[in-house]
Design a protein around this ligand. Structure first.
Ligand SMILES: [Zn+2]
Length: 539
């Protein structure tokens, strides 16, 4: 049986990040989101990972629909455009603004079709209806994908929260979503698993106002607040409170500057230029000031890390300063952030985190929120997305326990769900393509090269150049990332020279280089206990 349409995630359904899902009909592929995943620390200065977009069939792929402006949903667009320069991009206004700004930084211009809740995106055999949802960045949408006969409706919401108290934007309208899907035989949900381990409800962004206000008002010394830079509503709360209490604002760090500017340009954030201190040209001394600092995850290149290490010119932490972490620690970053906490205390400053005060709310639904969603939506089927494998299985368990009438489908990247006119959903799979590593100026780097980087970083490098002369060779040895061992190097030179003029005398150049490399690695292994990366050149 030919499917009405099918759904294949190629990123984001086994890891949190690098979201990309392909909706396939017989003559058209529509892609939802194109995001990046930030690497964990041990990837040696790689910038990010993205889904393998070589999968996208250039003869079929025509449209890219973006749900919101987070990097794990828009960060790979640059690369998709390299392969598919003609792809038509649809996005909400704020995401479109961010995409354009980021692409312009890389010298690319692109036209984006803006959609909002009133829109209905029409494609050949399917249509997509956007529904506004709350999240940790403004202007986020869930999408209902529906065939023209309305047999199969799929609700795709990778990132959302249930926030009935939302005061910045209106809350998710579950009734309207239910109604739009109601006439379909298949009512499939592809829903957010990020907070499936959280038992209760996610706090409302609005509930944070009280404690943030108290912190800003009660601290007369300098207050530094770090947060996820794209959380415009949080920035708005903080900035408005500071201004109301006659505090000046300063911004430290590229990413908060970038998002504040974007939000001001779109009218999502407004404040008077006179309330802003330019850290490049003005000093903070003697001023009541609130400094917004990028880098709440303690990344090495971040403004926060530079601040605590005293590397920001004219701005040193001192006793009396207060550092506020209006954020959560992303699992894996605990050590980096712990180090930063230590350094702050060592300088006599104080810290407030979300453990002390209600100053951070997640952008994703907890279990109680999901219960409300499943009660309200009348889904027939569910496939969890936006989570690591463990989260996806936990989400399945949760639904099977609480909503046994919903059929569950555990899928990973490169599994395909085919929606059939019989009302069934068939799961198939193909060999998964691994995420692609990006480094430097948006360059792809092969996986093999990463293991070379790892070896060089952990085992050091030996560079040997050899110029053979009549009876002996001139040998130069350079060590990178290895201890100075001058005495031993002379012994190595003798060893190499003996071998070159002895058993290797009549071998070809390549064989000579290979054998000397093996000899060198063996030599170092003898007293270091490991074999460094070794390069031997015979000139
Ligand atoms: Zn998001």
């Amino acid at each position: 049986m030919k499917p009405i349409y099918s759904i294949t995630p190629i990123g984001g359904v086994k890891e949190i990040g690098s979201n990309m899902t392909v909706i396939k009909t017989s003559n058209q592929w529509v892609v939802i989101d194109a995001g990046i995943l930030f690497p964990s620390d041990d990837f040696y200065d790689l910038r990010y990972l993205i889904p393998d977009y070589s999968y996208l069939d250039e003869n079929l792929t025509s449209d890219l629909v973006i749900t919101h402006g987070h990097e794990d949903h828009i960060g790979a667009i640059f690369h998709v455009l390299e392969k598919l320069p003609e792809i038509k991009i649809w996005a909400p206004a704020f995401a479109a603004h961010l995409i354009r700004a980021k692409l312009e930084e890389k010298g690319k211009k692109v036209f984006i079709h803006i959609y909002d809740e009133k829109s209905l995106l029409e494609f050949n055999q399917i249509r997509i209806k956007p529904f506004h949802v709350n999240h940790s960045i403004p202007d986020t949408y869930g999408l209902v994908i529906q065939d023209r006969e309305k047999i199969a409706s799929t609700l795709y919401i990778s990132d959302f929260k249930v926030d009935p108290l939302a005061s910045f934007e209106k809350p998710i309208d579950l009734n309207s979503i239910k109604e739009f899907m109601s006439s379909s035989l298949i009512r499939l949900g592809l829903l957010d698993s990020t907070n499936i381990l959280s038992p209760g409800k996610t706090d409302s962004e609005t509930e944070l106002t009280h404690d943030l206000d108290e912190i800003i008002v009660n601290n007369h010394e300098r207050v530094f607040i770090t947060l996820f830079a794209s959380n415009i509503h949080r920035l708005k709360t903080i900035i408005e409170t500071a201004v109301a209490h006659k505090k000046k604002i300063a911004i430290l760090g590229r990413s908060i500057k970038f998002y504040v500017q974007a939000a001001r340009e779109l009218g999502l954030l407004s404040f008077d230029e006179k309330d802003l201190i330019d850290l490049e040209n003005e000093r903070l001394e003697g001023k009541k000031v609130l400094v917004l600092v990028s880098g709440c995850q303690g990344d090495f290149h971040s403004a926060l890390r530079r601040l605590v290490d005293g590397e920001v010119p004219h701005l040193k932490l001192r006793p009396g300063d207060l550092l506020v972490f209006s954020s959560k620690t992303i699992p894996g970053n605990e050590k980096k952030i712990g180090k930063i906490y230590n350094k702050i205390y060592e300088q006599g400053a104080r810290i407030i985190t979300a453990y002390d005060k209600k100053i951070h709310a997640s952008g994703h639904p907890g279990k109680e929120d999901l219960k409300l969603v499943y009660k309200s939506l009348d889904l027939t089927d569910l496939a969890p997305i936006h989570g690591e494998s463990y989260f996806l299985q936990k989400h399945i368990d949760f639904v099977q326990t609480n909503f046994p009438h919903i059929k569950t489908h555990l899928i990973y990247n490169f599994h395909t769900l085919s929606l059939l006119s019989s009302g069934d959903i068939k799961k198939t799979s193909e060999d998964p393509l691994e995420l692609v590593f990006i480094h430097g100026q948006e360059m792809v780097i092969p996986k093999k090269k990463i293991s070379e980087r790892r070896k060089m970083a952990t085992q050091g490098t030996v560079l040997i150049s050899i110029k053979p002369e009549k009876t002996q060779a001139k040998i130069r040895i350079e060590l990178i990332g290895l201890p100075e061992i001058e005495m031993k190097l002379d012994a190595l030179k003798d060893l190499l020279s003996d071998k070159l003029y002895g058993e290797l005398k009549n071998k070809d150049l390549e064989k000579k280089e290979d054998e000397l490399k093996i000899e060198t690695r063996r030599f170092f292994n003898h007293f270091l206990g490991y074999k460094p990366v070794t390069v031997v050149h015979i000139i």
